[in-house]
Structure formats: structure tokens, C-alpha cells
Design a protein around this ligand. Structure first.
Ligand code: PHE
Length: 341
């Protein structure tokens, strides 16, 4: 009997040597101490023994059972600890590593430039007035002294909804709408989307303009020059110069086109300014007397200046963007460059 018990002891110890997981411990427990385990079966043999041997046999089996339970429990404790440790190691986090930066969006370059333009002029006392994008022939053309046969009124250039209703081709109707509502002094900016039947690398069917209008007593071309000189210094470099070239718009007289010294080569001549040293940035002029009168302002008392600039154009010049379409493609790689953090 003792021999058999010792064999079991040896086997248990040998088995315990090689177990390394809680699952194997469970299997081992079943193998020796479970319902049909080896030690449990020893108990069942008791009925085959002579009655006087049964008590001592039972005692030995119980002692063996206790002993085996104890050594398995000890091993179980070790395996549990080892498993916990391994788990901790597996799940360890290096708290000295730098964190992952959350990606934050940024303003679209057109909004960056628009805000900068509005800031520059609001700093000079301008107020913002926004007009409708769908407007009438009267506000877009007639009230701006644009004759019936003017090419801008052509179907090829302007997007008509009906004979009389159209997508505004410029923000100049903002001048008329303001003057109708308000008597001078007037100093407003009218920003917004405008539409033209045009689509290539430098024209988009929808783009953004900002209209500026000042009406007061004695407003002259000098005021326009001073105002725009100040603006370009804020918008580009402080050494940027402006140049007025005679031009024609039906709603201003005289009319000018305004150039600035190239922000890339500072006037020396480069690919951006096509070697001229100058870049055209906007159209402007002294408000035509007819326009003032049609909007109910006495042109013998008041005069006005107006200018209209394209936000896309300024943005492309400022950031050296060669194709206007890049501004509308929502390419995150492109837009990320404007994240100013
Ligand atoms: N409306 C003109 C355009 O779209 C720009 C402009 C505005 C010119 C105001 C003169 C005065 O080209």
C-alpha cells in the first residue's frame, strides 16, 4: 500500500514540475482529486479490505489527499503569480513615451485671407454689410450704370435664373443696397460669394469678392490711394507699394486697376509677376455720379470711392498657389499647410 502511495506522490511531483498554467493545474486537480481521480479511487477500494484494515487505510488515503491538495495549492499560487506578472508585463505602458497628438482642423486659406482683409479695413472704421447671392438685374447691372449691351450682361458671362433674376457676378450690388438704406457718411465692406460662367486654372464659376465703399463729402482718388496703400502694407509686407493704372468700369469714373509690388521678388521680376515686378490685385475708382443719384444720394454734395477685390486672387498671390481649383478640392494635405499652430 505504501508503495502505491509513494508512486502517486512521485507522479504528482513530476506532473507539478511541468505545469505552467492555471488550466494545467485544473487538469491536475481533476486527475488526482476529482470525482474519478486517482486518490478518490483509492477511497473506493476501502470496501474490498478486511474491516480491521479499513480505518488505517482511510487515514492514510486522507493524509495523502491532504498532502497532495497542499502541494497542488502551493503550485497553484506560484502559477497564479507568474501569470499575473506576465499579464502586467504584456500590458505594460511606457509612460515616458510622448502622447499622440490629437489632430485639430484649421481655417481654410480663403477664410484666413478673408478675415485678414476684414480686420485690416475694420481697423480703419469700415462696417460689414452682406447682400444676397441671388439678385436682380437692377441691382447687379442697371443701378450700377452697366448698359444693356455690356458684355458682362451676356448669358456667356453671367448665370441667369430667369430674365430678371441671376446669381450676382460681383459684390458691387452691395454698394447700391447700402446707399439705398443709408445716407452718408458710409464706410462699408460687402463680402460674399459671386458667380460667373468661367472655369479654368485662374477662374472658378464660384469665387469670393469683397466690395468696399466710402461715401462722404470730399472723397477723392487721394483717399482711395491712401486707403489701399495702408491695406496692402497690412496684407502683404510693410514695404509693398501700390500703382494705379487707368481702367474702365461703368460704375466708377475715373476707374483704376491697382497693382502691388510682387510679394515674392519685391519688384525685381520673377515667375509670379511674369517678370514685371507688379501684380494686379483689384479694381477700384470714384463712384460714378449716376450711381450715386440712382441710389438717392446727392452727387453735388457727396462723392464716393469703391473697390472690389477677389479673395481667391489675393490668397493665390499671398501663398503662391498656381491653380485656383486647389482651393476648392478639400485636399487635407494641402489644407494642413495652413494650420498655424
Ligand atoms: N465689380 C468689379 C469686378 O467685379 C470690381 C470693382 C468694384 C471695380 C468696385 C471698381 C469698383 O470686377
Amino acid at each position: 500500500m505504501q508503495v502505491q502511495f509513494n508512486e502517486i506522490r512521485t507522479k504528482v511531483n513530476a506532473d507539478l514540475e511541468i505545469v505552467s498554467s492555471m488550466k494545467e493545474i485544473g487538469d491536475l486537480k481533476a486527475k488526482y482529486l476529482g470525482k474519478s481521480g486517482e486518490i478518490t479511487s483509492l477511497m473506493r477500494c476501502m470496501k474490498d479490505l478486511a474491516p480491521d484494515q479499513r480505518a488505517s487505510y482511510g487515514k492514510f488515503v486522507n493524509e495523502l489527499k491532504e498532502e497532495v491538495s497542499l502541494i497542488i495549492a502551493k503550485k497553484e499560487e506560484q502559477v497564479k503569480q507568474a501569470e499575473t506578472l506576465a499579464k502586467y508585463e504584456r500590458e505594460a505602458v511606457d509612460i515616458t513615451l510622448p502622447g499622440e497628438e490629437a489632430s485639430v482642423g484649421s481655417l481654410h486659406p480663403l477664410n484666413i485671407v478673408k478675415n485678414k482683409i476684414l480686420d485690416a479695413f475694420c481697423g480703419m472704421g469700415f462696417e460689414v454689410f452682406e447682400g444676397p447671392e441671388i439678385d436682380s438685374d437692377y441691382y447687379c447691372f442697371q443701378a450700377l450704370n452697366i448698359p444693356k449691351d455690356h458684355p458682362a450682361r451676356d448669358m456667356q458671362d453671367t448665370l441667369y435664373i430667369s430674365d430678371n433674376v441671376l446669381l450676382r457676378p460681383h459684390t458691387s450690388p452691395g454698394q447700391v443696397r447700402t446707399m439705398e438704406k443709408k445716407q452718408p457718411p458710409i464706410k462699408i465692406l460687402s463680402p460674399g460669394r459671386v458667380y460667373r460662367a468661367d472655369d479654368d486654372a485662374s477662374h472658378s464659376p464660384m469665387f469670393h469678392q469683397i466690395e468696399g465703399l466710402v461715401v462722404d463729402k470730399g472723397v477723392s482718388l487721394c483717399d482711395l490711394k491712401g486707403l489701399l496703400d495702408e491695406f496692402v502694407k497690412i496684407m502683404f509686407d510693410s514695404d509693398t507699394k501700390t500703382r494705379f493704372r487707368p481702367s474702365y468700369f461703368p460704375f466708377t469714373e475715373p476707374s483704376v486697376e491697382v497693382d502691388v509690388t510682387c510679394c515674392k521678388c519685391h519688384g525685381k521680376g520673377c515667375s509670379l509677376c511674369k517678370g514685371t515686378g507688379w501684380i494686379e490685385i483689384l479694381g477700384a475708382g470714384i463712384v460714378n455720379k449716376n450711381v450715386l443719384e440712382m441710389s438717392g444720394i446727392d452727387s453735388n454734395v457727396y462723392s464716393g470711392l469703391a473697390f472690389g477685390l477677389g479673395i481667391e486672387r489675393i490668397t493665390m498671390i499671398k501663398y503662391g498657389i498656381p491653380d485656383i481649383r486647389t482651393l476648392f478640392e478639400s485636399n487635407v494635405k494641402f489644407l494642413k499647410q495652413f494650420n498655424r499652430r
